[in-house]
Design a protein around this ligand. Structure first.
Ligand code: GAP
Length: 489
């Protein structure tokens, strides 16, 4: 296979399989839709993205702690959160070929009108009015029905307790709020973040990793004293970004507008400076991952699509090969979740501020799918440069950090192995002695490896190597004793 350009998401999937980034889950038995296995390169890249989240949002801040909650969670949690009642999508089955179709996506794809969050009756009316039919065989569609998106599980052999695989990671942040306050000595304002698996029985998983049934989330709940929402100690950088406001989206020809992040607050698009600040932080995290500004924008949720818990949500969108789509979300959840869990569990989840007990407000919830971040990083790094494919990852994200090659296997192997042993102490190094040197360079370009180190005849005499840089393809001789320092620099 020789993909020179990534034109479709299928090309991305094929490239990822060929290079060992991602494979279809259960592939040898015919695959299982919506489940993906990460291969050797993909696993490292995914872990580095998660590590970067921890570094950016936990390690470099004073006001954030990290937790890791259980995946299987009691039904009560999801009754309190509202998921048991409202976490569902409408689907329709083709009366002829039996294809199952998610109706809001059908309407959005065919009529180009936003309908997320509309009640099932209205969706059904739109299908009838516009005579929408099956996308596969043009058959008539049956009346839409709701489908609950949570996977349920029975825990234990007798009198099983009903539980669910969590559909979002944030609820264990809320259920552990008191534990974190009591054990970690955090003081408002502060955030709790979590990285972990989430599961949604999506009606129609599609677009490779974009809409999966098993995926990972990076989430932050940022808690502020409800009487001190206007006390804001940080600065919001004077940066601008493209925004599609809710007002524009209901116009015939919606226009993108440029806003400074601080204007999201001063122009009343969000309720607090905090929310504007966290929208910026989420965006800046992507810039630090190397995603280009041109590929990012924000979209405000319209009132008809706001989740039951949110008073304002902004999605960060990325220009995928299938169009501008949600990369991550950022909602103002206010006191909804803690209040619900207080009501349902009858536990005291309030915060004592020295004078009185308060229910903290969640002013922002940066919520990011790991696989969507993974796709954005990969797509942005993918370049066709003359006759080669090269993944121009930022150096710290590269799944292979340095490769070592003997120019001629038999003659240079011994020294090459010595150099490799030295480098693998410091970095994710890779040793390759097969194929021509040109082919070995190309393989590393496609894996995003920033440096290739070649040992040749002169190396044995002069104790030096050739370093070839991925992006410029420039080569340089460096003494073996200086190699580690050189690469670190
Ligand atoms: N706690 C809020 C929440 O879960 P969401 O918009 O449903 O909000 C947040 O999900 C993020 O999780 C999305 O922006 C996306 O990045 C990721 N995500 C959601 N569903 C996904 C799916 N089926 N496959 C991959 N990522 C998904």
């Amino acid at each position: 296979m020789d993909i020179k350009e990534i034109k479709s998401i299928e090309d991305v999937a094929a490239f990822c399989k060929r290079k060992g980034f991602v494979f279809q889950g259960s592939e040898i038995y015919g695959g299982l839709a919506g489940f993906w296995d990460y291969g050797p390169l993909g696993t490292v890249l995914k872990n580095k993205i998660k590590q970067h989240w921890i570094k950016y949002f936990v390690q470099k801040r004073d006001d954030m702690v990290l937790i890791d909650g259980a995946i299987i969670t009691r039904e009560d949690v999801w009754k309190a959160s509202g998921h048991v009642d409202s976490f569902k999508d409408a689907f329709s089955t083709c009366t002829k070929c039996k294809k199952v179709i998610r109706v809001d996506h059908l309407i959005e794809d065919q009529l180009k009108i936003p309908v997320e969050g509309l009640p099932i009756k209205e969706l059904s009316n739109i299908i009838k009015k516009h005579k929408l039919v099956c996308t596969k065989c043009k058959g008539k569609l049956a009346e839409p029905k709701y489908f609950g998106l949570m996977f349920d599980v029975q825990v234990g052999p007798t009198n099983p307790t009903k539980a669910y695989l969590r559909p979002e990671t944030c609820q264990t942040i809320f259920t552990n709020f008191k534990n974190v306050v009591n054990s970690s000595r955090v003081k408002l304002p502060f955030g709790i973040t979590q990285i972990g698996k989430a599961f949604r029985n999506e009606i129609a998983p599609r677009d490779f990793l974009f809409r999966a049934r098993e995926f990972e989330q990076l989430e932050i709940e940022y808690f502020v004293h409800p009487d001190k929402l206007s006390e804001f100690p940080y600065k919001i950088p004077n940066k601008s970004v493209n925004v599609l406001t809710a007002k524009e989206q209901i116009k015939k020809k919606p226009k993108l507008q440029k806003f400074k992040f601080k204007e999201l607050f001063s122009k009343n698009l969000v309720k607090t400076k905090w929310h504007a600040y966290w929208i910026y932080q989420h965006y800046n995290w992507f810039l630090e991952l190397g995603v280009s500004e041109k590929k990012l924008r924000f979209r405000e949720h319209r009132p008809d699509e706001l989740s039951h818990y949110s008073s304002a949500t902004f999605d960060i969108e990325y220009e995928f090969p299938f169009g501008w789509k949600e990369l991550g979300g950022n909602a103002d959840r206010s006191q909804f979740d803690l209040s619900q869990h207080i009501k349902f569990s009858k536990e005291d989840l309030t915060y004592f501020d020295g004078e009185k007990k308060v229910v903290p407000a969640v002013v922002a919830e940066p919520s990011q799918g790991v696989s969507r971040a993974f796709l954005a990083v990969l797509l942005d790094a993918f370049k066709v440069d003359k006759d080669r494919i090269v993944l121009k990852f930022k150096q710290e994200l590269a799944p292979i950090e340095v490769a070592v090659f003997p120019l001629v296997k038999k003659q240079h192997r011994e020294l090459a192995r010595e150099v490799y042993e030295m480098l693998r102490e410091e970095s994710l190094a890779f040793y390759d002695e097969t194929g021509s040197i040109g082919k070995r360079y190309r393989r590393m370009d496609e894996s995003g490896c920033p440096y290739c180190v070649t040992i040749d005849h002169d190396s044995i005499k002069k104790k030096d190597v050739t370093i070839r840089e991925r992006d410029s393809m420039k080569q340089k001789r460096v003494k073996i004793k200086d190699l580690v320092e050189y690469l670190k620099d």
